[in-house]
Write a protein that binds this ligand. Structure first.
Ligand code: ADP
Ligand code: MG
Length: 206
């Protein structure tokens, strides 16, 4: 990891989230309260405004700083979850240089979301993308998989994860109040997670 890549990733994520506005917006209108796109957009703008300050930091310190800021600025259920992700990934990512080390840091971030949200795979949340991605990332990195193949496989995993939320009944978050009525709709947080993961993978693939 290096800080320059993190700054480039922040820009790529911002562009990707903005490009998916109609989709993310309508998903949260269907099974949430319609604010998820606004929350994500605010998070991206917050990180963009930190650019100069982050550029001075080591990658792990930059991730932790981003996480602490996002905790208080994104809002909603997703703010504390996403904030915890970056704080935990930063803490676990000191000296993360190799793919297995970066995968371990990412997995620590996902674990923090699980703990904070008391949720797991199969509950129709962002974790239905993040957990399979963390597992595949860790496994392929430890197997010594070639970088580009690893990145392409992670993108596919994220796409499968987001689609899998369509047929689930939500047991966490606002959609849980809808019971069967949420079936047939993709989870907005899973969609934005997939958009973010794909944007970062594409950046690393270039
Ligand atoms: P809010 O639900 O407060 O309106 P957002 O709309 O920003 O917040 O985020 C909603 C997303 O947060 C959901 O689509 C889901 O992916 C995710 N989410 C909600 N609760 C949890 C939880 N307990 N664990 C993991 N993810 C969750
Ligand atoms: Mg919402």
């Amino acid at each position: 990891m290096n800080t320059d890549f993190i700054l480039q990733a922040a820009e790529a994520v911002n562009a990707a989230i903005l490009a998916h506005e109609p989709e993310i917006e309508s998903l949260d209108r269907a099974i949430g309260d319609g604010d998820h796109f606004i929350n994500m957009k605010r998070g991206c703008a917050t990180v963009a405004a930190m650019r100069a300050e982050l550029a001075e930091l080591s990658p792990d310190a930059a991730l932790q700083k981003v996480g602490m800021k996002l905790l208080s600025t994104i809002g909603g259920a997703s703010g504390p979850l996403i904030g915890s992700f970056f704080i935990a990934m930063g803490k676990a990512g000191k000296e993360a240089e190799t793919l297995p080390q970066i995968a371990a840091a990412f997995a620590a971030g996902v674990e923090a979301i699980k703990l904070r949200g008391k949720a797991d795979v199969g509950e129709k949340t962002m974790l239905d993308v993040l957990i399979p991605v963390a597992q595949t990332f860790t496994r392929l990195a430890n197997e010594g998989c070639a970088r580009d193949e690893l990145l392409r496989t992670i993108k596919r995993e994220a796409e499968q994860g987001v689609l899998a939320t369509r047929d689930m009944i939500a047991t966490k978050g606002r959609a849980a109040f809808l019971g069967e009525r949420a079936v047939g709709h993709i989870d907005p947080g899973a969609k934005s997670s997939q958009v973010i993961i794909c944007a970062v993978c594409d950046l690393a693939l270039v």
